[in-house]
Design a protein around this ligand. Structure first.
Ligand SMILES: *[C@@H]1O[C@H](CO)[C@@H](O)[C@H](O)[C@H]1NC(C)=O
Length: 384
């Protein structure tokens, strides 16, 4: 019977689309909140944290409280380690099962969903498996990590959470490395709170991703604090208009506490979408311009308005954060040498002027400018 046939086909299609609509991605690491989801028991198959945040009140979108992910901290003593001047790795995936944190990586592949795709994976109508909100790697909007020097997640606010590392053209593959500014000061003994963020550029609902981690800076030597961050602004094609120095994460398309507004179209003819890329003044790599002055081991008086008071009182004494045992899935960069010569300091450079290719651990090929500028993509699917 044709009618029943159509009905069955419709249900199958509906099932597939509902599934893909929710198979977004998040950053996975033992130091994350919500590793086991929100059931309170070990769950190797959790995926609560990958759900996007869209048009929610502040208390619900902030750190994914909408499903209480912020109430499920990592195991005691487990941190996301941020080696000052080095890099750390997280796994971007659609489900914990597709990472090395489950089943000994049995179901993990190079890609976020355990699948296998061509290197130049390109779907003009948008890649939905995995749901990367992009047509290809050059269109991946960029992702970021931010840090607050508060140990209590309840004390973290948009005003004390500072973007310190950006990776352009992600999310893309599963393994992503982020570079840490050499001048990052140590966290309090209980650690810091970090956040991963992603604002996709089109290809579906214009939502955001915001997830908490417990983190700490290892091999820290500077005590120069991080500045109070300012909200980023749209500055495509106008580098002088970008916000210099410490920036807040991007909070957009929520019911409350958005910190950026955009109108009209970008240079590609698409609706402007603020992301962790040059369009909002975020250079790729470590954000070395976020401190109140040149990173230094001492004699750098704390400026008014610094966002990280308290921890400075420990001076250059032993850093307790470096003594805690490493989590089982410690990044291979833990062995990166610590001390960084003063000449490497670039803190006075505006992040928007020239991306510092920080390269040692770069996995992403640099996207050619030509590729970014030289097309008129009006075929992108925007469903809003
Ligand atoms: C990426 O996608 C955009 C939009 O569809 C397209 O214009 C561009 O040519 C693609 N680039 C590659 C390398 O496939």
């Amino acid at each position: 019977m044709p009618f029943h046939m159509n009905g069955i086909i419709f249900l199958v299609i509906l099932g597939v689309s509902v599934h893909t609509a929710h198979a977004h991605v998040a950053a996975w690491h033992q130091g994350m909140y919500c590793l086991d989801g929100t059931s309170g028991t070990v769950n190797y198959n959790s995926n609560e944290i990958v759900n996007p945040l869209y048009q929610l009140p502040f208390h619900q979108w902030w750190f994914h409280h909408v499903d209480r992910c912020d109430e499920f901290p990592p195991a005691s003593g487990t941190f996301l380690d941020l080696p000052a001047g080095g890099s750390f790795m997280v796994e971007v995936a659609s489900n914990r099962a597709k990472t090395s944190l489950s089943y000994g990586a049995r179901d993990a592949s190079d890609w976020p969903d355990g699948g296998h795709y061509p290197e130049n994976y390109n779907v003009p109508n948008c890649i939905t498996n995995p749901n990367l909100h992009a047509q290809n790697q050059s269109r991946a909007a960029g992702t970021a990590f931010a840090i607050s020097y508060e140990s209590d997640i309840k004390k973290v606010t948009p005003e004390n959470l500072v973007v310190f590392s950006v990776r352009h053209n992600t999310p893309w593959k599963r393994v992503v490395w982020y570079d840490v500014p050499a001048g990052m000061p140590a966290c309090p003994t209980e650690g810091c709170i970090c956040a991963w963020g992603w604002v996709p550029n089109g290809c579906g609902q214009p939502n955001i991703y915001h997830q908490p981690f417990r983190c700490r800076v290892t091999n820290a030597w500077s005590i120069t604090p991080i500045s109070t961050p300012k909200p980023p602004v749209w500055c495509e094609g106008n580098p002088n208009g970008c916000v210099r120095g410490a920036k807040q994460m991007i909070y957009w398309n929520q019911l409350e506490r958005n910190n950026i507004q955009v109108q009209g179209f970008d240079s590609r003819g698409d609706h402007k979408s603020p992301g962790y890329n040059h369009n909002c003044g975020f250079a790729d790599g470590a954000q070395n311009d976020i401190f109140i002055g040149v990173p230094a081991t001492g004699g750098n008086p704390q400026a008014p308005g610094a966002s990280s008071p308290g921890q400075q009182s420990t001076g250059s004494g032993p850093q307790p954060t470096n003594r805690t045992p490493s989590p089982p899935y410690v990044s291979p960069t833990a062995a990166i040498p610590d001390a960084v010569p003063d000449a490497a300091m670039t803190s006075s450079l505006p992040s928007s002027s020239n991306p510092q290719p920080s390269c040692r651990r770069r996995r992403r090929p640099r996207v050619e400018k030509r590729m970014l500028n030289n097309h008129h993509a009006r075929s992108r699917v925007r469903r809003w």
